[in-house]
Design a protein around this ligand. Sequence first.
Ligand code: C5P
Length: 400
Amino acid sequence: MSEYKRILLGVSGGIAAYKSAELVRLIRKRGAEVRVVMTASAMQFVSPLTFQALSGNAVQTDLLDAESENAMDHISLARWADAMVIAPATANVIAKLSHGLADDLLSTLYLAATVPVYIAPAMNQAMWAKPVTQNNIATLRQHGVQVIGPEPGEQACGETGLGRMSEPSDICARLFAGLAVRCLEGLNVLISAGPTREPLDPVRYLSNRSSGKMGYALAEAARNAGAAVTLVSGPVSLAPPAHVETVRVETAAQMYEAVLTRAEASDIYIGAAAVADYTPAVTQPGKIKKEGEQTHLILQKTGDILAAVAALGRRPFTVGFAAETDDLKAYARDKLARKNLDMIAANWVGRGSGGFESEQNALEVFWKDGKKSLAMTGKPRLAEQLIELIAERRAVTGRK
Ligand code: C5P
């Protein structure tokens, strides 16, 4: 299939529902037919007549709609569509879908759908940040749902943060790009993510604040772009992405081993892990005792995984990360050259600037004779942009 021809648009009850009217117009402009399903609360925000006029089809709102001659039953409607988009997707709808509830037409359609499903969440930033919502989103992602946005910015409630629905033009672009941008089709992509833990004794370790979110988002984006993905992950609290081979490791030495044994068989390696630069020279067999006012640790430098991959004979296209608190450009360019990388993605850390532990991030990406800035957005969207850029640069350099 070259493009979706029949789109089922689900509208749930958020203030962003008015933006979905524009989405209908944009999808139709691409030549696709649209049928709209609204939840009861969506109709409090926008009239079904608006969507009927824009889509040219009667809007369905009830699970049991024997009255309307235009109504398709929910199974026929789910089979009719090439793709389903839910925009806006409220926290409530996301919770229902992730748990398989089916108590109205929209949630029943989701359960009956066998086609690609996209959701564009929209809600107050605190509701989005709530762990239960994040868990529900992670579940939906694992089930293959493609999540578009949300975006940062000012919200209808007056607060500022992550939770605005993506612009209709972006949702439309993603919807149709999902098919077109299989930019890593048939390639093997190796990604390392998360922190490492360097044991001091049986109960203590040295580690860092990396959440693994960026690396996991990259693994999902690369998989969606058609790659066979292997993810070497340090200890994180994220669920392994569906259809990605995930290898769990703990220490820098284990990560080194896991990456180096797989690197030559890979077309692309992305080092998104926050690898410990130093590890205790000795791991004490018993718990270290509290003695004296001061104590000393002797630390030993770890092997640089990224530099080792870049030094391989049959090296993959090698991409590093640089998390910096100052002089971003100079340090990133220095690492690019010193480690002989094809590309480096640099971001600020500290100063409340995204990066570690954050849901969003911005990147300055450098290569030998160029650079590109990727603006602050949610890590999944940022990961897609970086994957597209990697595919583009790899094609230009002709590596492997
Ligand atoms: O030199 P620095 O640690 O700042 O470089 C960061 C980049 O190098 C990241 O991509 C990180 O994954 C990688 N790295 C590595 N092995 C190490 C240390 C860092 O691959 N031992």
